[in-house]
Ligand binder design. Sequence first.
Ligand code: FMN
Length: 317
Amino acid sequence: MVGLSHAAVRASLGSFLPPGRRTLWPSEMLNSRRVPAQKENQNPELCFKDIGLGIGPQLLGNEEGPIRESIQHLESFGCIAIDINMGCPVSKALKHNYGVALMGDPQYAQQVTRYAVQSAKVPVSVKLRAGFDKDQENLLPFIEGVFNAGASWVTLHPRTAEQKRRGNANWNLILKAVDQIKRPIIGNGDVQCLEDIERMLNETRCSRVMIGRALLMKPWLLNYDGLGSQEPPPEDQSAIVHRHLIQIIQNCFAWYETAAAFRKLKFFIVYAKPWIEFGEVLHGEFQRSQSQDEMIDRVNRFFLTPKRIWQRTELRA
Ligand SMILES: Cc1cc2nc3c(=O)[nH]c(=O)nc-3n(C[C@H](O)[C@H](O)[C@H](O)COP(=O)(O)O)c2cc1C
């Protein structure tokens, strides 16, 4: 997720993974026209201090040369998979014919997938939406097309481009894709707690679940094991979130330039705050901080009284 799935956040979340467990970590969406000229660790987006976790960066692009060069560059850093973005709905993506715009041109989307697959030594996946607009008839043939072009799996966020992140994700579309295509489909959208992971797996029979926003605030979602994993007790949840936030702050200031660290942290809290009691107050503490020490001090004071973490919220950004 742009602005959110960077090394400082991944590394903190990764520190909560139960021993011996692995998951695949994304990056922020990386522009294939820019990646080839960028050095590792040059900016937060290309920071791979956490490469040992197993990173599958996401590329935005539609041209063979930049895609090939970006993939070779990312593989040289040790990335273990590459994802192609076919879901970004912002107007810039539509104008430049990448992101969800590719869903309006299935042949070209297959070509883009082929460019990536031919360039990569690692598996290539595609992340997409329910469709470009209300007409979802083309979704299943579209997914089949990218599999035929060599994608190893597809992650489906079942909202249309028009919906952006409004309304509910239509998990029925994940079920349809799983049933008809019989290839690995990762389900995504509105998973907020362990029970939601279980429900998505049962209702859609998808191969895996991808969690976006809720994971920002709930490291224990990584504990899901399909064997009846429980949410931690409320008093532990507050302590876990506290530790997680301090780790993210420390990672940001250790790995990024100061201005970038502030930018990332102030953006992070906007998307993480809906799940915590008094999230607005915590948001204010982040925005007002002028230094790392001040931010840590404000966060420590916020957690002097344990806070409740909401199982689900409608208020997510
Ligand atoms: C701020 C923000 C940035 C996002 N950026 C990306 C992105 O770069 N690539 C992508 O595939 N999805 C992106 N997404 C969408 C998420 O990956 C995910 O599909 C969506 O939030 C639904 O899942 P969730 O309900 O678990 O968050 C972004 C979402 C947010 C909130």
